[in-house]
Design a protein around this ligand. Sequence first.
Ligand code: CUA
Length: 338
Amino acid sequence: MSGIPPLFAQSFAPSAPSASSVSGEVDAIFFTLVAITAFFTIGIGVAILFFAIRYRRRSPGEVPAQVHGSTALELTWTLIPLAIVIAVFVWGSKVYFHMNRPPDDAMTVTVVGKRWMWKLQQPTGQREINELHVPVGRAVKLVITSEDTIHSFYVPAFRIKRDAVPGRYTQAWFRATRPGVYHLLCAEYCGTDHSRMQGRIVVMEPHDYEAWLAGGAPPESPRATGERLFTEMGCATCHQPDSAERAPRLAGIYGGKVTLTTGETVAVDDAYIRESIVSPVAKVVKGYQPVMPTFQGLLSEEQILDLVAYVKSLPAPPVAAPAPGGPQTKSRAKGTKS
Ligand code: CUA
């Protein structure tokens, strides 16, 4: 659990209320650790002082009685600390797993860090900068990445902090428990205006949130943007949704596995789709040639997220429709990987 020092500072500040479903758990661990540390620090300090005075040399020629070990004492100072650290480990792991496993019903918000702003997008498509509106009580999963350098998405009131790393999708989730406005900060030094890379999380009652979503021009959903980009960028030239002739079929692959030319099997998740767009030759699907050009630099991170959303949404083709001449049966396919 990184970030203890800022948490320490913030926990005592009125600006960091406890406002998510995990903040109470995190605080409980944190303050327990502070209490254990304080107990031993004070106890050892007092013991040092006490022994120094109690057993001081009283005459110039005094030779103290020699003590040669005590099994009972050594077992005590080994087993008690062992029990304490194991208990802290088990407790900490439990909270850690809770914090790192988004519930299945979570709504997904994408976060792109960029010097020096946070760009966020609602599942329905609304884009926000340095501001995120969420309904109270609803699990919100964050898929976080960066367009340039490493940033860190930090919401003290929710006790979440997650690095935004270029080329990688990191995840975090929270369930806000109280309506209000909370600080959003960047917690990783990222250049000149790092200290100004801040924003706010606006937690609203569900009906207020619905009203907020309904205001303004209806946005294009990430999936719809992805579909448009799929055509505009020429992906559709090779990746026909219903054909595996020139390139691997994309429909229905998300969440499954594909076999690569190396014989390896990889899971098709957000990270794999992203990699296949920016460095297509890294993991080529079996039966295809590495002929797809890279789209590195041609698409923004947000556009890549939109394309991922589109590929994710493609339904699996009806069963019993194997393309005759599919790549697994004949090796004449000259397509590319997904
Ligand atoms: Cu972004 Cu510091």
